[in-house]
Design a protein around this ligand. Structure first.
Ligand code: HEC
Ligand code: HEC
Length: 464
């Protein structure tokens, strides 16, 4: 007890909690697996509990119940996508840890990366595997228009809300009146900006070349160029009308974010165990099997997992290159390097016109390194609830947790060229029992799912 208090002198609340446990009580710390030293126990205590997440200052609706319920309607609504076959829940399946079982996912087209879980997502600071979004709401806006995912458009989204009484009434009650969308001369039924590197230019097989599939040429002073039909519609609108549609689109993103803020899954056997460490409660301490306790010991000790899977999210919320073998996605996915470029250029980022707090929103972006350094880096996933959502890694490279642990042990198939800038990951050479122990620990991180009313499509009748 004494040494734990010394190891964590700043965590005053914790020390008080520790004092509640009788140091002489054999049921208290006596059940710790052998070998944990004070420093390691200190590391364990840093991993739990997961506190309530901070509100997002750039989204003033982020903790609003009405916005969350509106966002829930949208989350399960396939009409947001081109062809009306994909809702968010098509890929983020509530029964699969809000992820899916594919290696790389299938949307309107085949995607390049694996679907991450949305459980406890509000705790992250960057979104997507490459962190190209700096908020949950800008992430949602991006995915609705992503050509391979939902291939929707912001004009289409605004028209959907205007045309559906249930959506329109809820929207207007919260965000105020919609623009005069019934005037389709001013507000075409579909349209969005289409950047020149957008895969949509190639979605008809034309690979962005003008002239294919009847797309019109458009000549202007700079020479011969062509506009995607969605872009033509968008460009034909007045600045004020475009801004009004962007307002609706940002609000849709903010409501989807408010919904995802509800997707909390905590109180795992591991959390109960750590609670037991603090209180000495024998039942809580018994929540973790001896094997999982040995796995935890490896995690915070010899195997060094805690270096990146740190803090109560079990993620440092940053990006690393594990030199993973190729999966079903492209071999030249540069990850964070591209994400860095995209996040600063995103008009819906935290310092943009649709942010509710540009000062707070700028803080994260102003200090981003812009030099070329982050090739092949991907976001450290949270390991909470990890057993619920196989396969693993950004291209679903590994089917099971055991496969993941095998990789960290042997680094078999690891990329050698180009070399990684990091050397944190070295082969651990674990034996069979150690591998089983680590897997047992990872399996102990499954928490209690959010209430069913948040995991299923919103039913106004039964929920309200
Ligand atoms: C076609 C499948 C598909 C659909 C539909 C889809 N997603 Fe995703 N989602 C993905 C994939 C794949 C990624 C990872 C992409 C990447 O990192 O480049 C992702 C990433 C995310 C992330 C980032 C998670 C993290 O850890 O950074 C969030 C949040 C998210 N999606 C929410 C949504 C919402 C909200 C919707 C509906 C508006 C949605 N998704 C629709 C497949 C999908
Ligand atoms: C250098 C930082 C680092 C260290 C050390 C590290 N990880 Fe990871 N871990 C990551 C990153 C980054 C990813 C995602 C990599 C990717 O997809 O490109 C990841 C992915 C995972 C995943 C897959 C999660 C998912 O949802 O796909 C598991 C499980 C995991 N790590 C467990 C461990 C264990 C166990 C250890 C210790 C043996 C460990 N990690 C050590 C950074 C690290």
């Amino acid at each position: 007890m004494r040494s734990i208090a010394l190891a964590l002198p700043v965590m005053a609340g914790l020390i008080v909690a520790c004092q509640n446990a009788d140091p002489k009580d054999p049921e208290g710390f006596a059940v710790l697996p052998e070998g944990f030293d004070d420093v390691e126990i200190g590391r364990v205590l840093h991993l739990s509990p997961l506190p309530a997440h901070a509100t997002d200052p750039t989204n003033r609706w982020s903790d609003d119940e009405g916005a969350a319920r509106f966002g829930q309607l949208l989350f399960f609504d396939e009409r947001l996508s081109k062809g009306e076959q994909h809702s968010c829940a098509t890929c983020h399946l509530p029964d699969h840890g809000f992820a899916d079982a594919h290696t790389v996912s299938e949307g309107v087209a085949r995607l390049e990366r694996h679907v991450p879980t949305l459980l406890n997502i509000a705790h992250h600071r960057w979104f997507f595997w490459d962190g190209r979004a700096d908020s949950l709401w800008s992430q949602a806006c991006a995915v609705i228009e992503a050509p391979l995912e939902m291939a929707g458009t912001r004009l289409g989204t605004a028209h959907l809300i205007a045309s559906d009484d249930r959506l329109r009434e809820r929207y207007e009650a919260m965000f105020g009146p919609l623009p005069s969308l019934q005037d389709t001369e001013r507000f075409p039924l579909v349209g969005r900006p289409v950047p020149k590197d957008d895969p949509a230019y190639g979605d008809d097989g034309s690979h962005g070349k003008p002239g294919a599939s009847g797309q019109e040429h458009h000549t202007h002073a700079a020479g011969n160029t062509f506009f995607h039909p969605h872009e033509r519609n968008w460009n034909a609108m007045t600045d004020a009308d475009r801004a009004a549609v962007n307002d609706v689109f940002a609000n849709v993103g903010k409501a989807l974010a408010a919904y995802q803020h509800r997707l909390v899954a905590i109180d795992s056997p591991f959390d109960r165990f750590v609670r037991g460490l603090r209180s000495g409660d024998a039942e809580d301490l018994a929540a973790l099997s001896p094997s999982a306790q040995r796995g935890l010991h490896l995690f915070v000790g010899e195997a060094n997992c805690f270096l990146c899977h740190s803090g109560p999210l079990l993620s440092d919320r940053e990006f690393h290159d594990l030199r993973l073998p190729p999966g079903d996605g492209p071999v030249d996915d540069l990850g964070r390097q591209r994400g860095l470029e995209k996040v600063v250029a995103d008009p819906f980022n935290g310092r943009g016109a649709w942010s509710d707090d540009v000062v707070a929103g700028s803080e994260m972006l102003d200090y981003l390194p812009q030099h070329h350094h982050a090739n092949f880096e991907f976001k450290t996933p949270s390991l909470r609830n990890v057993a619920l959502s196989p396969p693993y890694m950004h291209q679903g490279q590994f089917a099971t947790l055991r496969d993941v642990v095998d990789f960290y042990s042997e680094l078999e198939g690891a990329r050698t060229s180009p070399p990684s800038v990091e050397t944190v990951v070295v082969p651990l050479r674990l034996d069979e029992e150690q591998k089983q122990d680590l897997v047992a620990f990872l399996e102990s991180l499954t928490g209690t799912l959010p209430a069913k009313t948040w995991r299923t499509p919103f039913q106004a009748e039964s929920n309200e």
